[in-house]
Design a protein around this ligand. Structure first.
Ligand code: ZN
Length: 312
């Protein structure tokens, strides 16, 4: 075991799941790393159960599995007066890590610090960790999780062992969705456009559940096929204020385009499938534009102009 890892890779591919799995293996009472009974966690003992975040909780209840994240703790818990709006503060590192550095783990086996979105460590927070990362405390481990490793201080990167996570294969995403109770057909549609991220796939699978989403998707298809732009302009006007919902409605639209594309592939019409893939990428482009505070109305107008330009 290295004492400090950097888990990096795209969002929603299991970095955090792996971090907590590693934490379980380190604190497990039955097996654990290096134990004769097996080089992994049992997943069932008290320590394993407490090492992960249970539904409804924000942090694990195991005292030796500590999560650092911007805004996770009340300012008073960290000895601060203001909330952490931009960064993981040096106060959080002091309170959760440095104050305990001189003491052994509470339950003896190991202590694991998991830093979510480690790129959000403030410069002083990162600097205050350097010494600990360089001279490991006995039985203390760090897992820094990030999807943007380049935003970390190079001094942090050089003191951690990088573990790169890749996008998941489409068939893996599909079977994970089926495991979660998503119908096979829909799982295949969603997996085909989820970009190898189970997190994105779950969000996509949940889009379109509402009647409003269905209605939007129908109107969007009609706007795409209409003889003129008028349907698209009406839709853009109607949705100009629905910023929060619009992203997931557009995702539902993307899923329906993916479903159509899969039928075209099945029938051997690859040209149509390629065109549909471009349409899906346009839809995701609009989602990003709206996320980045773009005008929903302008984003929809631009989207349909683009999509209609390539539709025929
Ligand atoms: Zn266990």
């Amino acid at each position: 075991m290295h004492h400090a890892y950097l888990f990096d890779g795209p969002d929603g591919v299991g970095k955090e799941l792996a971090a907590f799995g590693l934490a379980q293996a380190l604190v497990c009472e039955v097996r654990g790393l290096g134990a004769q009974a097996g080089d992994n966690a049992c997943g069932e003992c008290g320590a394993c159960q407490r090492a992960i975040v249970r539904p409804g909780d924000r942090v694990p209840t195991h005292p030796d599995v500590v999560v650092l994240e911007r805004g996770l703790y009340e300012p008073a818990q960290l000895g601060r007066r203001t909330a952490e709006t931009q960064e993981i503060s040096v106060d959080q590192v002091r309170k959760l890590v440095l104050e305990h550095a001189a003491f052994p783990p509470h339950e003896g086996r190991a202590r694991v610090f998991i830093v979510r979105r480690a790129e959000e460590l403030s410069t002083s927070a990162a600097n205050s960790l350097l010494k600990t990362l360089e001279e490991p405390i006995s039985r203390t481990y760090f897992v820094l999780v990030t999807s943007t490793p380049n935003l970390l201080l190079s001094t942090i990167r050089s003191r951690t062992q990088r573990v790169r996570f890749a996008q998941l294969g489409t068939s893996v995403v599909e079977s994970l969705l089926i495991d979660r109770g998503i119908a096979r057909e829909r799982a295949a549609d969603v997996a085909s456009i989820a970009g190898g991220s189970i997190g994105a796939a779950i969000a996509l699978a949940e889009s379109g559940a509402a009647a409003a989403h269905d209605q939007f998707v129908q109107r969007a298809h009609a706007a795409l096929k209409g003889a003129s732009m008028s349907g698209a302009l009406e839709l853009a006007e109607a949705e100009k204020k629905s910023k929060a919902d619009l992203g997931s409605m557009l995702e539902a639209f993307a899923v329906s385009l993916a479903a159509a594309a899969r039928k075209e592939i099945a029938s051997g019409d690859f040209g149509a499938a390629v065109a549909a893939a471009r349409q899906v990428s346009f839809v995701f482009g609009a989602v990003r534009a709206i996320d980045a505070n773009g005008s929903p109305q302008l984003a929809l107008e631009a989207l349909f102009t683009r999509m209609r330009g390539t539709a025929r």
